[in-house]
Design a protein around this ligand. Structure first.
Ligand code: ZN
Length: 376
């Protein structure tokens, strides 16, 4: 197979942390890492046309296999030219495998070695998703990076449940790799193992031996504390190869991103910036602001001085008014702002790593987020 369009360059590791500055090349362009992917669940970053998504600084977006396979259907996406053409996005795309959505959305999921059987959350129809079918769907979608089907469990779960899911995830990873046939798509493995450091290490070692072109850490942000999540990361990351991208799935808040980057994570996705934006919560250098607060009613200041996003051309008072009046522009503008905030944060992190000052950068950001000197 010719996978020559894909490569990973590790440029620099921060002198005082494990933070990495790297570039991941794909057939649809390069991703400067550490990077954050906005989530285009149903083939759209909610509320934003694709030009607006690009304006936030996004380099790569995530599409959801589970959602797109139920609606409009993988074959329909293929008939519309694949996910890139359908969305009008010419940059890199990563698709998840459906494992996390089966865990979080479907009713009565039944997991066996053969695959997952579950009811659609849309119409209740019975669906079988095997590792092979997950790869087939992702090949129809045509993403640059596909993910192996994994078995996600709630945390905490009984040790034998976590162990079984980890073993199944490894068997499914091998089957996904056997099934993959596209030259212009790579498959990333997913490390499972709950909060058990020994299971995480064992899973990472065995997946590493299978030599995947990239590795994700999955099954986190499912009910554990932030400290527990970081412990699981600290167990897993040193076992992963240094010459492949490392992707922490579904995480998280700005502080989670910086903590994970400092431990060696390269890639993230999360709905937090857009979901919170739709709910009138804005991320700023002074910490999160709740725009519905009365105190902003006649506030003429922008959300964030120096932010180039379209929300920050307006006053806090106007943005608050849009939410109070339930105008759709409010969620659109705040989604733009929050995505822009995340992209600027990651761009600044990349510079800090190259300058060997990532730890100082992280401390400065945490101090700013905890300060209460701005509007709250
Ligand atoms: Zn802004």
């Amino acid at each position: 197979m010719n996978k020559s369009a894909f490569s990973f360059q590790l440029h620099h590791v921060d002198a005082r942390s494990a933070a990495r500055r790297s570039t991941f090349h794909t057939p649809h362009g390069a991703v400067e890492m550490p990077a954050f992917m906005p989530v285009a669940t149903q083939g759209t970053v909610k509320g934003l046309d694709i030009g607006r998504v690009r304006e936030t600084g996004a380099q790569m977006v995530l599409g959801n296999t589970y959602h797109l396979s139920l609606r409009p259907g993988a074959e329909t996406v293929a008939a519309l030219g694949g996910l890139h053409a359908m969305m009008g996005w010419d940059g890199p795309i990563l698709t998840d495998s459906g494992g996390f959505q089966i865990f979080s959305l479907s009713q009565m999921a039944e997991i066996t070695d053969e695959g997952a059987r579950f009811r659609s959350h849309i119409d209740g129809s019975l669906i079988d998703l095997s590792p092979e079918r997950s790869v087939e769907i992702q090949e129809h979608l045509g993403s640059d990076v596909a993910m192996v089907l994994d078995h996600v469990v709630a945390l905490p779960s009984a040790p034998e449940v976590v162990h079984d899911a980890m073993e199944r995830t490894i068997r499914w990873a091998e089957r996904c790799r056997e099934a993959a046939s596209r030259d212009d798509q790579v498959l990333f493995a997913i490390v499972q193992g709950g909060l058990d450091a020994r299971l995480r290490v064992a899973c990472a070692e065995r997946l590493r031996a299978l030599d995947f072109p990239g590795y994700a850490i999955g099954g986190l942000s499912v009910g554990e504390t932030p400290a527990e999540m970081l412990e699981a990361l600290e167990a897993t990351l040193p076992v992963l190869p240094t010459d492949r991208p490392r992707y922490l799935m579904g995480v998280g808040r700005p502080e989670d991103l910086l903590e994970a980057i400092g431990r060696g994570v390269d890639l993230f996705d999360c709905v937090i910036p857009t979901r919170n934006g739709r709910n009138a919560l804005a991320f700023t250098e002074r910490g999160p602001l709740r725009l519905r607060n009365q105190q902003f009613q006649q506030d003429t200041r922008p959300l964030e001085e120096g932010c180039p996003c379209p929300a920050c051309r307006h006053s806090l008072g106007y943005l608050r008014h849009l939410f109070m009046a339930r105008e759709m522009l409010g969620p659109v503008l705040l989604s733009m702002h929050n995505l822009t905030y995340y992209q600027r944060l990651l761009a600044a992190a990349r510079e800090a790593i190259l300058a060997d000052r990532f730890e100082a950068f992280r401390r400065e950001k945490f101090e700013g987020w905890a300060s209460r000197d701005g509007p709250r």
